[in-house]
Design a protein around this ligand. Sequence first.
Ligand code: NAX
Ligand code: K
Length: 461
Amino acid sequence: MPQPILTAAAMRDAETAAVAAGTTYAALMATAGKAVADTAARFALGRPILVLAGPGNNGGDGYVAASILAERGHDVIVAAHGDARSAEAIAARAAWQGQTIALADAEPRPILIDALFGTGLSRPLDADVATTLQSLVDAAEFSLAVDVPSGVDTDTGADLGAPHGLTATLALGAYKPAHLIEPAAGLCGHLFLADIGVPARGSWHVIARPQLVPPPRDAQKFTRGLVVVVAGAMPGAARLAARAAIHAGAGYVILAGADAGQPEAIVHKPLGDPADLAAILDDDRIGCVLIGPGLGRDDRASALLDIAVASRHPLVVDGDALTLLGREAPHRLAPRADIAMTPHAGEFARMFASADGKLLATLSAARAIDGVVVHKGPDTVVAAPDGRAAVQIERSSWLSTAGSGDTLAGILAARRATGVDFFGAAQQAVWFHTRAAKLAGPAFVADQLSHYLPAAIGECL
Ligand SMILES: NC(=O)C1=CN([C@@H]2O[C@H](COP(=O)(O)OP(=O)(O)OC[C@H]3O[C@@H](n4cnc5c(N)ncnc54)[C@H](O)[C@@H]3O)[C@@H](O)[C@H]2O)[C@@H](O)CC1
Ligand SMILES: [K+]
């Protein structure tokens, strides 16, 4: 099972269910605090520890961790902020027998545990708290956030005054959107996940390594998946997409409107009049059509888009086609079923509102087009119209290079053509894309990415 992603409210519900099933909040906090202590101890190597403990249960976890670390012989001071409020946090604070100072009086120590605020943060950090926290993080040699960095919005990933430069974050019980969605994800540092004995389930999860099987014994090129990539004003982008498609497991790739060059296996079909596309698409063997990379934004491009949308095949809409659709996307795509789109942030903003953070905005876009939306970025979100979502956890910042998106669109078309539904195909595509980037090494050119796709696929068989 892929790791679930829970909102703050869903995590509270999961905890409530665990308590109803027989555990107690105090036991959960004891488990969470021990996980924090174990992680901090791994990196402390005997150096003095400062625990910042806030007023809520996040602070409670901090007090529990402080007590465990002190019992194990570590030199620990707690800097408290606000009075403990919940019964468990009050008990955890009362059980702490070491030195407690006010946050404002805290001096830097090499090991810092940030347990000021967790999923209960309800407004931006006060400026003085944010400044103190940042200076303590800056001065520490190792800093660990408990559950989430203090000062991020758990559900949207917005930065509400969190420190920059934390070494690590220990997610408790389950990942939250803030661990995966920018800018909060970038503030977490290394991400660890602690099992605190709370069964977590939901319709959102992180993108996991795909599990594939080789083509069946009786496979032939058309049953493996026939992809048609539509080229336009800048055929290089469509070439990249077609090459990605044929390296990502499609059995047959047609590039309509441009010569692919290499590899020769890609079949070139000329497109004189846009109506030629309708003739090419009149083929029941087609498993997926991709339109958009380098399509252009003129009347011819718009006519090609209309023909692709009117076709009966699964359709990936990317690049210029998204800009052509703009705010009309839900309306123009309304006649379609079986569709996916792959916008980057700019294209997304031209089509949809972006309130409520990337995850919720992408889910609402998926509902609006009744299709799968792959909202690209370092924190790629894949959303389905039925409310399922999957978020990228593996990263490669080298993917920020020209042609990278065209490659992703080609991989997606290939995976859909192999028979996987768009929600699954999109997760596979995002995983293969990042994995190929890692295999390609630093500073690759997008043209090279495709060559690493077979190896990435090989890791999933
Ligand atoms: N609920 C549970 O059973 C468990 C919760 N756990 C921990 O509990 C955390 C959530 O605890 P809470 O819901 O108590 O929330 P927090 O510990 O995040 O803190 C909420 C408290 O801070 C106050 N507050 C919110 N924003 C503030 C701001 N900007 N400035 C000043 N005060 C502010 C709130 O009024 C509230 O009193 C999790 O992140 C996790 O660390 C763990 O102990 C595991 C068990
Ligand atoms: K925290």
